[in-house]
Design a protein around this ligand. Structure first.
Ligand code: DX5
Ligand code: ZN
Length: 243
């Protein structure tokens, strides 16, 4: 029996919702992850910030390793010069690993290096290599990288902290990214991250993305499980109305 790769799992359930965990109650990590699993969420998003590329500092490989879950681990590296750091995140169990060209002197080399690595959860599952782009970065940066990535992550906020507002020009950038992907003839996953809330998730899903990150909107406040179910429901409705 062939085991589906992480890429296949994401594509076949597109659009998937990837929930940011950092605004959860981190002292109750186990029950917060169970809550996501119970709600039907399939992917957990971890924002790694280093205090350099991003003003804030968050977590590192030991935290990724501490996530005991069946969810796919979507690791968003907002860190300077990840070349010599990605191996630790892969060893800690990242399934999706996204880097930023704005933070790399050798972005192509980091992607090549990731291609040689095995998924630590299950070598058959493969890794999804993502390239994240800040709102001010031209999408043309992607063109020389298209053969070395599986996912494009369009940031709808500037890297910094959770809970910022969705930048409206992101819509046009998503459309442009879709055209770049279509012209490449490759099955690249299109993802969007930042400022996605109960109020706009349906509109974002209708733009034809495959993966939608929602961070603080699920775990801020007291109704995380209801929020997660609501987000999944909104996405299902939006896709139903698109088809
Ligand atoms: C970048 C943001 C995103 C995060 C989105 O600064 O931290 O990477 O995943 O968080 P929310 O959904 O709270 O905007
Ligand atoms: Zn993120």
């Amino acid at each position: 029996m062939t085991i589906p790769t992480a890429c296949h799992l994401l594509r076949e359930s597109s659009p998937v919702v990837s929930v940011g965990i950092l605004t959860a109650d981190l002292l109750s990590l186990g029950s917060e992850l169970s809550l996501l699993e119970r709600s039907g969420v399939k992917v957990v998003h971890v924002d790694v910030m280093d205090g350099c590329f991003c003003p804030m500092m968050t977590v590192g490989p030991p935290f990724i390793k501490a996530l005991k879950t069946s969810l796919l681990k979507d690791v968003h590296l907002m860190i300077d010069e990840p070349l010599n750091k990605v191996a630790d995140y892969v060893a800690a169990g990242a399934d999706i690993i996204t880097i930023h060209p704005e933070a790399c002197s050798h972005v192509h080399r980091v992607l090549q290096q990731l291609r040689m690595m095995k998924n630590a959860n299950d070598p058959e599952r493969g890794l999804v290599r993502g390239v994240g782009l800040n709102p001010g970065t031209p999408l043309e940066v992607l063109e020389p990288l298209l053969d070395e990535l599986e996912m494009i992550l369009i940031l709808a906020v500037n890297p910094g902290w959770g809970g910022q507002k969705f930048i409206p020009s992101t819509k046009g950038r998503i459309e442009k990214a879709r055209r770049i992907i279509a012209a490449s003839g490759r099955e690249i996953i299109l993802a969007v991250d930042g400022g996605i809330t109960r109020d706009n998730i349906a509109d974002v899903a209708a733009l034809g993305v495959d993966l939608i990150v929602t961070g603080s909107a699920v775990f801020d406040g007291k109704a995380a499980e209801a929020n997660a179910r609501f987000m999944l429901g909104e996405v299902r409705k939006a896709v139903g109305s698109r088809q």
